[in-house]
Design a protein around this ligand. Structure first.
Ligand code: ATP
Length: 213
């Protein structure tokens, strides 16, 4: 991991981890990270764009450096947010468990909180090394329109009592924004203004990202 990122994490601090393809980053990601920071008293939130997402190889994915640049420009004005290339610079597919294990080794005294949307949370048991993930890191599931959690966590805790006190639901202002929808809007010449930071919108246009399907 980058030295600058390592040095910005103090001993004993609470670290949020916002993983994603960020293809591109949008306000849904930023609101989830900021709400988690405040509600879970996180000292820092690490934004970690995926290298090769194992489940999204079929999507049109912008090059890692472009996705990373868009993340960086979106979080620049928040001193508690940091972007890391740890997954981008790793060879092969990015698995959450490998990343969390690496972070746990780097930051053994810090508490880790993996932030995810309710869509991904509902699939948690199919995540690779789900049990290991829950052991290393607490999980924060942000509400997302169209993916209600309902009684899911209650049933999960009945089956896996160890997950209790390790997985939390977090209500955030509902933003029905997705990267897929933003890419579709670009293809269809629809506006993407106000769905993501203006600097990112301009960057996408200037660099002709997401023009071809
Ligand atoms: P795509 O549409 O390309 O699948 P996405 O918009 O779901 O992308 P990702 O980069 O895959 O974005 O998401 C990273 C994380 O942010 C995931 O855990 C996802 O559930 C969460 N997330 C994304 N959009 C929202 C949103 N609008 N509200 C809450 N959580 C979100």
């Amino acid at each position: 991991m980058e030295r600058s990122v390592r040095e910005s994490i103090a001993g004993g601090c609470r670290i949020g981890i916002m993983g994603g393809t960020f293809n591109p980053i949008h306000y849904g990601h930023l609101v989830a990270a900021e709400t988690a920071r405040v509600e879970f008293a996180l000292d820092k939130v690490l934004f970690i764009p995926t290298g090769i997402p194992p489940h999204k190889v079929h999507h049109q994915i912008a090059n890692s450096d472009l996705r990373f640049a868009m993340v960086e420009m979106s979080i620049r004005d928040n001193e508690n947010f940091i972007a890391s290339r740890i997954e981008i610079d790793r060879e092969g597919p990015s698995y959450t468990y490998d990343t969390l294990k690496a972070l746990h080794l780097l930051f053994p005294e810090q508490e880790l909180f993996f932030i995810t949307g309710s869509d991904a949370l509902r699939d948690i048991l199919s995540w690779r090394e789900a049990e290991g993930i829950i052991g290393i890191s607490k999980i924060i599931g942000a509400s997302r329109p169209g993916y209600e959690i309902g009684g899911f966590l209650g049933e999960l805790f009945d089956r896996y009592p160890y997950a209790q006190n390790r997985i939390f639901e977090m209500e955030i202002p509902a933003l029905a924004i997705s990267s897929t929808d933003i890419r579709k809007r670009i293809w269809n010449n629809k506006s993407i203004r106000y769905l993501l930071p203006e600097e990112v919108r301009r960057f996408i246009i200037e660099n002709n990202i997401y023009i071809s399907k």
